[in-house]
Design a protein around this ligand. Structure first.
Ligand code: XMP
Length: 326
């Protein structure tokens, strides 16, 4: 087990060489800790759990059992990328659970944001629990805990952490990146060969699109949100904003306005663009998006996404607006 405090003389991992040294050291440590036993990991596809998975695959190969639960609230292409990278490229022992229907059925008609979060968090644990109960001979639980999680253990992530696992799981923990800062985890991830867009991906809340499909989630509006969000990300990639904006996404509220399409009345939802910069997510400023980019995004979303007939821009810093809408 690694200590709880980062040693004062621990060098910040900023280069591929330093990352490689860290990887070699942790591969040896994990092999020593785990022996020939099996390790379980909840693989969300986020930076931390992905880097832990890649590191453990390197150390113990198929002794790592990764479980990816798709709660149906992932962004477009995310679960597919987890399968492609881990199962197809890294030959991981990956269990993929498409639990979309379970989550969306439970969430039907629920409009209160905290209730939605609770349902998503609770169901996640249930699904993960059920999957792990089917497995035999698991002795360790791997987690993507990073140093800020330890420093802020009563802070944001603790109460936000939807990937939180059942407390009664009696397994020894394997936490190879627990002394690293986020930027170091990314350098290590790249050294492990993970795709750049996975390692540098923007923060994404555990409840996923669930807190951006505002009010009671419906499948058609969730679909529209996912498609509009994919267009926003694509356009931000193309114009370079993806590299400078900390977090950007679409939220879709549960009301419609009147529009006109092909000469006919067309009622649709608005897509709200939110793009913010921040250091610690406690406060956030608004990123300027050039008007030509905004026009292109608007044109694409209103033409390509069924059900959306307007595009709006959220100009509210935090405070007073939180980053997410719910
Ligand atoms: P807010 O909306 O509180 O968001 O300004 C601050 C940061 O936290 C993320 N966030 C969450 N992350 N589960 C998470 O894992 C959540 O329920 C959650 N809510 C907000 C948000 O995306 C932003 O980066």
């Amino acid at each position: 087990m690694l200590p709880n405090k980062r040693p004062d003389d621990m060098v910040r991992i900023t280069t591929p060489e330093l990352a490689q040294a860290f990887i070699d050291e942790q591969v040896a440590a994990v092999r020593e800790q785990v022996g020939d036993k099996k390790v379980l990991l909840a693989l969300s596809g986020g930076v931390d759990s992905s880097v832990v998975a890649a590191l453990l695959i390197k150390a113990i190969g198929k002794q790592l059992v990764s479980v990816h639960v798709n709660h149906g609230l992932m962004r477009k292409g995310e679960s597919e990328q987890v399968i492609e990278v881990f199962r197809n490229q890294l030959d991981a022992n990956l269990i993929y659970v498409d639990a979309t229907d379970r989550f969306l059925d439970l969430l039907a008609g629920v409009s209160e944001p905290e209730k939605k979060r609770k349902i998503i968090g609770g169901e996640f644990i249930k699904v993960f629990d059920e999957e792990s109960a089917k497995l035999e001979g698991i002795s360790f639980l791997a987690q993507g805990t990073i140093y800020p999680d330890i420093l802020e253990s009563d802070g944001v992530k603790a109460h936000h952490n939807v990937g939180g696992l059942p407390e009664d799981m009696e397994m020894e923990l394997v936490e190879p990146v627990r002394l690293l800062y986020k930027d170091e985890v990314r350098v290590v991830g790249e050294a492990l060969g993970l795709p750049h867009n996975m390692v540098y991906r923007q923060p994404f809340p555990g409840p996923g699109l669930g807190v951006r499909c505002l009010g009671a989630i419906t499948r058609d509006r969730l679909h529209a949100l996912r498609e509009a969000d994919a267009i926003l990300r694509d356009e931000f990639d193309k114009c370079g904003l993806a590299a400078t904006v900390w977090q950007y996404f679409i939220a879709v509220p549960d009301f419609k306005s009147v529009g006109v399409k092909d000469g006919k009345r067309y009622e649709g939802w608005p897509a709200i663009i939110r793009a913010v910069n921040t250091k610690d997510a406690m406060t956030a400023t608004i990123e300027e998006i050039p008007y030509d980019v905004l026009h292109r995004i608007t044109d694409r979303i209103t033409h390509e996404v069924d059900g959306i007939n307007r595009v709006l821009l959220d100009l509210t810093p935090k405070p007073i607006g939180t980053i997410e809408w719910e």
